[in-house]
Design a protein around this ligand. Structure first.
Ligand SMILES: Cc1ncc(C[n+]2csc(CCOP(=O)(O)OP(=O)(O)O)c2C)c(N)n1
Length: 333
């Protein structure tokens, strides 16, 4: 569970990559190059990155992100260029220009894109894990769910099923205090999402979602338990959504003092300070990470913008299973 300097800097790299990638998406949105919704995970990068980092790709582990989990997708192996291309509706994106946001899937690399009806992706992951069990694989699945999503019927059914079947599942519950404009206090009578796990007989942990190392350690415990046959775990990460639900939402309903408080707990600032205080890394190491992030994103955005839009005649392809959709794997680096 201990991480060396290289690994800790990798955690920082992925958190910074997430934030800068989203900054660039934000600019593209303002330039009118991205249409539709733009959802950010600002302030929640540690939850997504720290949890996914506990997975083992070599054992066939798999995750499914929600709206605020770009960082988890990048950790498991999605490339920034694939994220740009999907947002820009390019023909060579993983969704072939048919979908947007984090709706990108590559089972070989261990990710199933976001599934929009809240709660349902847990049932999908249950199916994946049942299949892996039948194949005698020891893979662990990780799914993400917001506080609002834990109030859906789909969530309760799937969480109960995962517990009854003792599936190797880790559910990361992101308590970021709001579901769209609704504060958590107005959609549940309990203080902690983790309390819900008791109803399914599922172990749970509550963790500071803005502390990447704490999230990582908690996820490691859950992943180990799952792989050892101990069944699912629910991790509640306490964090905060630092922007509105999406780019159109100015978050005017969130008190400024609350935002100020959480700004002081920014996960990237917090981690860089800790790296320096514990003498794991110095300013030069951190600057090198920042440079690498920007160089990666410069190259990847240039690639994505140079990609063609889908041909109109391609719209019906890939609708039925018999269509041999062209593989775009390998178009990346
Ligand atoms: C079953 C269902 N109901 C409503 C929606 C519309 N919707 C999309 S995101 C969202 C808010 C989700 O809040 P939360 O689960 O707390 O996640 P967060 O956006 O805060 O990360 C809603 C209501 C949906 N996608 N699915």
């Amino acid at each position: 569970m201990d991480l060396d300097k290289r690994q800790q800097l990798e955690l920082l790299f992925f958190m910074r990559l997430t934030r800068s990638l989203e900054d660039r998406l934000d600019n593209l949105y303002k330039q009118g190059k991205i249409v539709g919704g733009l959802f950010r995970s600002l302030g929640q990068e540690a939850t997504a990155v720290g949890s996914a980092y506990a997975l083992d790709k070599h054992q066939g582990d798999i995750l499914s992100p929600l709206t605020r989990d770009l960082g988890a997708l990048l950790v498991i192996g999605a490339l920034p260029r694939e994220v740009f291309a999907n947002y820009l509706w390019r023909a060579t994106s993983l969704s072939r220009g048919r979908d947007q946001n984090l709706h990108i899937t590559d089972l070989d690399r261990g990710f199933i894109g976001t599934i929009s009806p809240l709660g349902t992706l847990i049932a999908v992951m249950n199916g994946v894990l049942l299949a892996k069990r039948m194949q005698n694989k020891k893979s662990v699945g990780m799914v993400y769910i917001g506080d609002g999503g834990t109030s859906t019927g789909a969530f309760h059914e799937a969480a109960n099923f995962a517990a009854v079947q003792n599936l190797p599942l880790v559910i990361v519950g992101e308590n970021n205090s709001y579901a769209y404009t609704t504060p958590t206090t107005k959609q549940m009578r309990i203080l902690n999402l983790a309390d819900r796990a008791k109803a399914y007989g599922m172990p749970s942990e509550i963790v500071d979602g803005n502390d990447v190392m704490a999230v990582y350690r908690s996820a490691c415990r859950a992943v180990d338990r799952a792989r050892d046959g101990g069944g699912p775990t629910f991790i509640e990460a306490k964090t905060f959504r630092m922007r509105g639900h999406a780019a159109h939402d100015n978050q005017s309903y969130v008190p400024k003092e609350v935002l100020d408080q959480w700004t002081k707990r920014d996960p990237i600032t917090h981690f860089e300070k800790a790296l320096k205080e514990k003498k794991v890394a110095g300013t030069a190491d951190i600057d090198e990470v920042k440079k690498r992030v920007e160089a990666t994103l410069d190259a990847d955005l240039e690639w994505a913008e140079s990609q063609p839009s889908p041909a109109p005649g391609d719209a019906l392809g890939g609708v039925y299973a018999e269509d041999k959709a062209p593989s775009v794997r390998g178009v990346g680096k």
